[in-house]
Ligand binder design. Structure first.
Ligand SMILES: Nc1nc2c(c(=O)[nH]1)N[C@H]1C(S)=C(S)[C@@H](COP(=O)(O)OP(=O)(O)OC[C@H]3O[C@@H](n4cnc5c(=O)[nH]c(N)nc54)[C@H](O)[C@@H]3O)O[C@H]1N2
Ligand SMILES: Nc1nc2c(c(=O)[nH]1)N[C@H]1C(S)=C(S)[C@@H](COP(=O)(O)OP(=O)(O)OC[C@H]3O[C@@H](n4cnc5c(=O)[nH]c(N)nc54)[C@H](O)[C@@H]3O)O[C@H]1N2
Ligand code: SF4
Ligand SMILES: [Mo]
Length: 701
């Protein structure tokens, strides 16, 4: 046995960022542990990060490129794979145009810079991401409101934390790790939790507001109502730095607490108490999560909540919600060369003139892609390349996603495993895990850090995604660098570092400057926080944010609610899984072997369901089954179901994609989408539940 070498790197089993020491022996990573010197994770790692060795060395992992021949996968070389793809893409471009190729990814995985560069240089505006309903939707909405995404300044010692639909101890999302929240909480900050489910944070909270899922925008307007009525706002900030305060006040007057209580199910006395606590305890921060984005209210909800930060004087204030300054590296946008996509090509973006805020941040809504493929309107996509995404399991109305991807003439999928989506491809390309890549990590985030993710090993013929786009791009005649590391040198150039030098440093942090607006205003057209949005007004949307009733709820669809009497809250994260990933990893699957649906004990009894029973969950779109877990910490009218389930152990082509997949139940109809950004209601719809049969016990698959 050879010597054990320790390599310092950064995890990316979720959105990434935790510092890792990887132990490498004889060209193999034998274990990973937390890096105590990491400024992000301070030595901690979660179960997913710790299981990376089981992922990287999994027997089902595909370690070479493959091609589908007569319905069967055959091994090919990288040259054969890339030549085939390039040839097909060139043919599509010659015969139809680059917009007939869709380029897609899932959640943020640190290669958007390369994926977007490939798409922009190809000339296609049709990039499919998760951004319409996750994170980028928040970025886009705050860009037009206050110029950047405001993040909780946990290091600045908030005295009050509002945990608004986020569960960071389990999800560690985007810029946040649960550990920073925990440290601030332990210092004695007051805690308000806004969540339909009594989870870890709700149990710790001073105030817990158990709202009806999807009604956050109304609740936030209720907070504003109290703040206005009791004059708890920061008069100096409002006067000098808010655009449209009068118009916004008019809107807020439409939401007296009685109305807000009716909409949200939260007691009006509790709303008043929470709004007072938030507005009078300084500094205070709002830590928002993705459920606030996954409804028809996505952009408006984000804007109303940004309004709370601004009106209370907590925006860009120490311990409030701050606009971090990133280290001086080249940005994702610069690398991606968004400016190179011509106006002519931009105008061809599917749904571009419908979801104008989405178009501003360069993505399309998935429904637009599926419609294009299935109906040929306004034109029919001919080819696609999807990297690190499993839309058959993770996008609303999964049956439609499945049909569309099955019908697409030519599909390339880049992943580690043959997922239900990958099985629909013509070419499969094997990606390297984060143990197999060199990258300036976290460059897409807005928390003021970049981190060195160092290659520890190479496994099989897998390539890191960055190299795949680079080599395919070169075959399409695009300008790229010779090596992945050359590109990183260019990214780091403004910081005065090469990749080799940065690797030794480990990370860079931007200098924190508070209240930047006092010098240069906010980066919006008026230079102020726009609660009356000049941008949305120009595009023809309501410039002042409001609450729109959830399109499929007991209030908007009372007739439908007779057949489907419960509100489905779909997509609670679990600590071990990452959306549709990790079901094949023994350490993690052992912790949670089956998909779980949480049901209130009273509701379960009424429906004849016992603890551990398999339960049918049915919506107007279809039916799935998950296993009952009784929970009196949810409302009896609400059912909480896990998303992301398929069964890698089922070895046929579908891998059980339709057995327990919560997105069989969710809807993507146009009238249910956010009108500006195109967000889907992945979180809330109507459903019914019934026992599969008494006795439970057996596996779903
Ligand atoms: N009902 C419901 N649906 C949801 C949600 C919800 O709350 N409710 N949440 C939504 C949200 S917020 C998001 S962001 C989406 C996520 O949607 P996706 O990003 O599509 O979901 P994942 O399952 O994380 O990723 C799919 C694949 O990426 C592969 N992968 C992981 N890392 C890499 C890598 O580095 N390179 C490559 N090439 N492949 C990699 C994994 O093996 C996995 O098969 O899901 C959404 N779906
Ligand atoms: N382990 C793990 N970590 C993940 C992921 C994963 O799949 N697994 N996914 C990653 C991704 S892409 C994302 S976007 C993030 C998301 O991470 P979070 O934003 O933390 O999202 P969730 O855990 O889905 O939900 C957070 C909390 O919101 C509550 N909630 C549900 N519906 C509503 C609602 O309508 N309003 C309010 N106020 N609260 C609601 C839930 O009960 C839960 O306690 O997590 C990331 N991290
Ligand atoms: S929280 Fe994310 S980055 Fe940290 S160890 Fe877990 S998977 Fe890795
Ligand atoms: Mo997400």
């Amino acid at each position: 046995m050879g010597e054990i070498k320790q390599v310092r790197t950064a995890c990316r089993n979720c959105h990434g960022g935790c510092g890792v020491i990887a132990h490498v022996q004889d060209g193999k990573v034998i274990k990973v542990e937390g890096d105590p010197e990491s400024p992000i994770s301070y030595g901690t790692l979660c179960s997913k990060g710790l299981s990376v060795t089981q992922m990287a060395y999994h027997p089902d992992r595909v370690l070479y490129p493959m091609k589908k021949v007569d319905g069967k996968w055959e091994r090919i070389t990288w040259d054969q794979a890339l030549d085939t793809i390039a040839e097909k893409f060139k043919k599509v471009i010659d015969e139809h145009g680059p917009e007939y190729i869709v380029v897609g990814q899932g959640t943020g995985r640190d290669y958007e810079s390369h994926l977007y560069r490939f798409a922009n240089l190809l000339g296609t505006p049709n990039v499919l991401t998760a951004g319409h309903m996750c994170y980028v939707s928040r970025v886009a909405s705050t860009l037009i409101t206050c110029g950047n995404l405001p993040i909780c300044d946990y290091r600045g010692n908030p005295k009050c934390i509002v945990m608004w639909g986020c569960n960071p101890q389990w999800s560690n999302p985007d810029e946040y790790k649960g550990v920073d929240f925990w440290k601030a909480y332990k210092k004695g900050a007051k805690l308000i939790c806004i969540d339909p489910r009594k989870g870890f944070v709700a149990k710790k909270a001073d105030l817990w507001l158990q709202l009806r899922p999807g009604t956050d925008a109304a609740l936030a307007l209720g907070f504003h109502h109290v703040i206005l009525e009791e004059e708890l706002y920061d008069k100096e900030f409002v006067e000098n730095y808010i655009h449209g305060w009068e118009a916004f006040k008019e809107r807020v007057r439409e939401y007296p607490l009685d109305r807000v209580q009716d909409i949200t199910w939260v007691d009006k006395g509790l709303i008043r108490k929470a709004a007072r606590m938030y507005a009078t305890t300084k500094p205070a921060c709002i830590h928002w999560g993705v459920p606030t984005e996954q409804t028809i209210n996505c952009a408006d909800c984000t804007r109303i909540m940004t309004g709370l930060m601004a009106a209370t004087g907590n925006l860009d204030a120490p311990g409030g919600n701050v606009l971090y300054v990133n280290p001086p590296t080249r940005t994702v946008a610069e690398f991606a060369r968004h400016r190179d996509l011509s106006q002519e090509q931009r105008a061809k973006r599917l749904g571009g003139d419908q979801f104008k805020l989405g178009a501003r941040v360069a993505f399309i809504n998935p429904k637009k892609a599926w419609d294009s493929i299935l109906t040929g309107e306004p034109y029919q996509l001919k080819a696609g390349i999807l990297c690190g995404t499993n839309p058959v399991v993770t996008r609303a109305n999964a049956k439609e996603a499945y049909q569309a991807l099955k019908k697409l003439e030519f599909l390339v999928v880049i992943d580690f495993f043959l997922t239900p989506t990958a099985e629909l491809a013509d070419i499969f390309l094997p990606a390297g895990t984060w143990l197999e890549q060199n990258h300036v990590a976290d460059n897409w985030k807005r928390h003021g850090f970049v981190l060195a993710r160092q290659k520890c090993v190479e496994i099989g013929e897998a390539w890191q995604d960055h190299k795949i786009f680079m080599e395919l791009g070169k075959r399409m005649g695009q300008p790229w660098w010779d090596t992945v590391e050359d590109a990183l040198d260019w990214l780091l150039e403004p910081a005065g570092l090469t990749w080799e030098e940065f690797k030794k440093k480990g990370w860079l942090q931007g200098e924190m400057v508070y209240s930047k607006y006092k010098e240069r205003g906010f980066s919006t057209p008026t230079g102020k926080v726009e609660l009356h949005s000049t941008v949305l007004e120009k595009w023809g949307y309501d410039p002042v944010p409001k609450y729109t009733e959830i399109p499929e709820s007991p209030y908007s669809k009372p007739e439908l609610a007779k057949k489907y009497p419960f509100i489905l809250n779909a997509g609670l994260r679990t600590p071990t899984f990452f959306h549709s990933a990790n079901r094949m990893l023994p350490w993690l699957r052992e912790i949670r072997p089956d998909p779980i649906v949480e049901i209130h004990p009273e509701t379960a009894e009424k429906c004849g369901i016992g603890e551990g029973d398999w339960v049918y969950i049915e919506s107007p779109r279809g039916r799935i089954k998950e296993r009952a877990k009784l929970n009196d910490g949810i409302d009896p009218r609400v059912v909480v179901a896990e998303h992301g389930w398929w069964y890698p152990e089922i070895k046929d082509e579908g891998h059980g994609w339709d057995i327990s997949n919560a997105n069989i139940l969710t809807d993507n109809a146009y009238e249910t989408l956010d009108p500006a950004i195109g967000s889907t209601n992945l979180r809330v719809c109507l459903c019914n539940i019934s026992p599969v049969d008494k006795g439970g016990g057996e596996k779903a698959a």
